[in-house]
Each structure stands twice: as C-alpha cells, then as structure tokens.
Design a protein around this ligand. Sequence first.
Ligand code: MN3
Length: 203
Amino acid sequence: MFTLPDLPYKYNALEPFIDEQTMVLHHDKHHQAYIDNLNKALETHPELQEKTIEQLLADTNSLPEDIKQTVINNGGGHMNHSMFWEIMCASSESGSPEEKLLQEINSTFGSLDKFKEEFTNKALALFGSGWVFLIKDSTGKLALKRHSFQNNPISDGNTPIMGLDVWEHAYYLKYKNVRKDYVAAWWNVVNWKKVSENFEKAS
Ligand code: MN3
C-alpha cells in the first residue's frame, strides 16, 4: 500500500509564491487521490504490491493491461508529486545549484539564466495538463522534457532531477489562468540543495 508522504514543511511555508490553500488541496486531495486510485488498482494484482513506485513505472510494458493506464496515471501522479514537494522549500532557503550541477547546467544550457528561461518557455508552451522536467538521460546528459498528464520520465529510461507541475490545480486559486506568473513565482521556492542531491544520485 502506498501512503501519502508528509510535506517536508508547513502548508504555508511557500507563501507568498505558492499559497497555503493551494498546498492543502494539492497535497491532501489531489496527491491523496492518486495514491488511493493506485492502491485500488493494485488490489487486483497483489504480485505488484511489493514493488516500489519506481519499479512499477520504469517498465510500464510489463504492467497487466487491465490496470496499465491506471498505474501510469496515478502511480505517475504519486511519484511526480512526491518529488515536487521535495524540490520546493521556503524562499529564504532556496539557495543555488551546487557546483557540479551548476557546471553541467552551464555546459548544457549556456548559463543558469538560460536554463531557467528554456525551462519556463517549455512550461508556458505545454498545452493542457502536464509537467516540465529536468532529466538525466541514459548517457548522463541533462535535458528538458515535457510530459502530458502524469507521465514520468522514468518510463522513458530517463531520471527526473526536478519537475514543475503545470496542471491548473497547481496554480489556479492564486494565479487564475496566468500560468506565466505562477512559473515566475515558482523559481523563488526551488530547493536547489535537493535538486543538486537528485542530480548527484542520478550520476
Ligand atoms: Mn498536481
């Protein structure tokens, strides 16, 4: 059985950039629903219940047909949101990328500012609901990937380093339809220490 991880900070910790009410709904309702639906799907396949979320999503072709899409959607929702909470923090603790990650960002994207600009443009150009990820591919290269719905990079053989939720439920209460303002605000609460750790772990 998968369970909802606690937020690593208070619901109001990301104010004023991400508001408390959005965090409560997003974590307690949306994330919980992905977990409930995932657990329900796995009830009919007890042999899969011992697997980690990474194992389930890394090889989606091996999932039983009757629950395959449910696991991709809701297991993806669980994995994506678990990472999302972790790679954010209070703006006062946001920090900056650690040396190795910064070097890799510079050599891949030109500079940290260029990286942020490219990431932001991908988030703004994503049609409908989905995520933008910084990933490390199987050859060790950094890249930006857009994924619709809750599809996770791990299913394509890539390792997610950081991801931004651009579903409307992530920002509509505070930012209404203005995704641009949400994305601009979000950069203030990126937990660069955690992102750097994810990069190191993927190395
Ligand atoms: Mn979400």
